[in-house]
Write a protein that binds this ligand. Structure first.
Ligand code: ZN
Length: 184
């Protein structure tokens, strides 16, 4: 991302919405917005292999591993407004497990770009499945969307839930039920 070019565009945008980019409070706003956007869309630059790097360990565990309440912050691709909430990830290992902090890094990697919640949920599930060669994976995400809260239908209380289940979490109702019960 060319930060100088983005800052120029933000300055033009400020003018178009009726602001005066030369007033004191806005003087450095274009640079700040460019800096902020670079971070919020940093998922485009990274490499998932570098993120997971060396954090997959051999294990004979065959039980369900769950990480609840991972914070999610992303931007909706329709309005470029934030959506945010929590993500719960569960998987059943076969021979490998992944370092717990890496699950959060996987969430950030896919969240830091323009997204829809449904795709974000799917991408996280597939990434965990691929990374550890799991027997099954389940991901549930609960988010609030500012594009619904601040504009549009203005529904402040609504929470959108999405889920993605793969492998045994999809094929075995009792495994899926165990997961859903544990993340409650
Ligand atoms: Zn939206």
């Amino acid at each position: 991302m060319n930060k100088e070019r983005v800052a120029e565009l933000v300055k033009e945008l400020l003018e178009e919405i009726g602001e005066d980019p030369s007033r004191e409070g806005l003087l450095r706003t274009p640079e700040r917005v460019a800096e902020s956007l670079k971070f919020l869309t940093s998922g485009y630059d990274g490499n998932i292999e570098d993120i997971i790097n060396n954090a997959v360990f051999k294990s004979h565990a065959n039980n369900m591993i769950i990480n609840r309440n991972i914070e999610v912050y992303s931007l909706c691709e329709h309005h470029v407004l934030p959506f945010f909430g929590t993500c719960h990830i569960g998987y059943i290992a076969q021979e490998k497990v992944i370092g717990v902090s890496k699950l959060a890094r996987i969430v950030d990697f896919y969240a830091r770009r323009l997204q829809i919640q449904e795709r974000l949920t799917e991408q996280i599930a597939h990434e965990v499945m691929d990374a550890v060669g799991a027997e099954g994976v389940g991901v549930v995400m609960e988010c609030q969307h500012l594009c619904m809260m601040m504009r549009g239908v203005e529904k402040q209380g609504s929470i959108m839930t999405t889920s993605s289940v793969l492998g045994s979490f999809r094929n075995d109702p009792s495994t899926r039920a165990e997961f859903m019960n544990l993340i409650k």
